[in-house]
Unconditional design. Structure first.
Ligand code: TPP
Ligand code: SF4
Length: 248
């Protein structure tokens, strides 16, 4: 019988503690598949953030280190420079990457470190109860913006994939979503490319994945997917914002 689905080698069999309908689990799977496809499981080295994916080592069957808040790109830089043979990636939420660790990510991208960054944008601080993040949409209600994000006093959200893509030393920056099978396939390709770039020494590669947080958004998993499609994507367009291989 043809095998339609099996566990990836780079994931453990541990049960996830993510909330029902959260996209973190699916995004983990895509990262693990990329590592398996490239045959680099033994050389893979993940750097976990603060936030809901802090327990990355429970789910990935690879070496994972826990970085202090927002410092994953700095830790990944050190690891990759000491062991260039390793395949080093960070996996970060929007609070971790675009708020607490904004400086670290911009400088790592500015230096063009040969690492892979997976950025999960769910428009709020998930783990700590749904506070406003730098990515919260204008008008979006969170626990710290109960009247909705007011751009006059809270500023505008950062479009990280565009920002990173504007830096000269960056090799690849893209934004994807995982709300349906077609887009999961596109996300899978982008994540694979971001890892392959590192293996091929192409340079700093960044993939932003629009993601759900049904718990803090106060939505069903289905409505949360619709929110990504109908609200998030209009502020955060999908696409490739930098690809030096395409430019050559
Ligand atoms: C310097 C600092 N600021 C804030 C916190 C609290 N904190 C821990 S996890 C977290 C949320 C991170 O959210 P995000 O990165 O968006 O990931 P998610 O949980 O949504 O996946 C916060 C604010 C902290 N521990 N230290
Ligand atoms: S709080 Fe949000 S981001 Fe965290 S596991 Fe639950 S749904 Fe996912």
């Amino acid at each position: 019988m043809k095998v339609m689905f099996e566990k990836t080698e780079s994931l453990t069999s541990n049960k996830s503690i993510y909330c029902p309908g959260c996209n973190h689990g699916l995004i983990h799977r895509l990262v693990a598949e990329a590592i398996d496809n490239l045959g680099v499981r033994e050389k893979a080295y993940g750097v976990a953030p603060v936030g809901c994916s802090v327990l990355l080592y429970d789910y990935f069957n690879i070496d994972v280190v826990e970085a202090p808040h927002g410092r994953a790109p700095a830790l990944a830089t050190g690891a990759k420079r000491v062991r260039p043979d390793m395949v080093v990636f960070t996996y970060q939420g929007d609070g971790d990457l675009a708020s607490i660790g904004m400086s670290e990510i911009i400088h790592a991208a500015g230096r063009g470190e040969n690492i892979t960054v997976i950025f999960v944008n769910n428009a709020n601080y998930g783990m700590t109860g749904g506070q406003m993040a730098p990515t919260t949409l204008p008008g979006q209600k969170t626990t710290t913006t109960p009247m909705g994000r007011d751009t006059h006093s809270h500023g505008f959200p950062f479009r990280m994939a565009e920002l990173i893509g504007s830096l000269p030393a960056v090799a690849y920056s893209a934004r994807v979503k995982v709300t349906d099978p077609k887009n999961v396939m596109k996300a899978s390709k982008a994540i694979l490319k971001a890892f392959k770039n590192q293996v091929d020494n192409v340079g700093f590669s960044f993939v932003e994945v629009l993601s759900t947080c049904p718990t803090n958004w106060g939505m069903t998993p289905v409505d949360a997917l619709k929110f990504v499609d109908e609200q998030m994507e209009s502020y955060y367009p999908l696409g490739t914002f930098k690809d030096i291989q395409e430019e050559e």
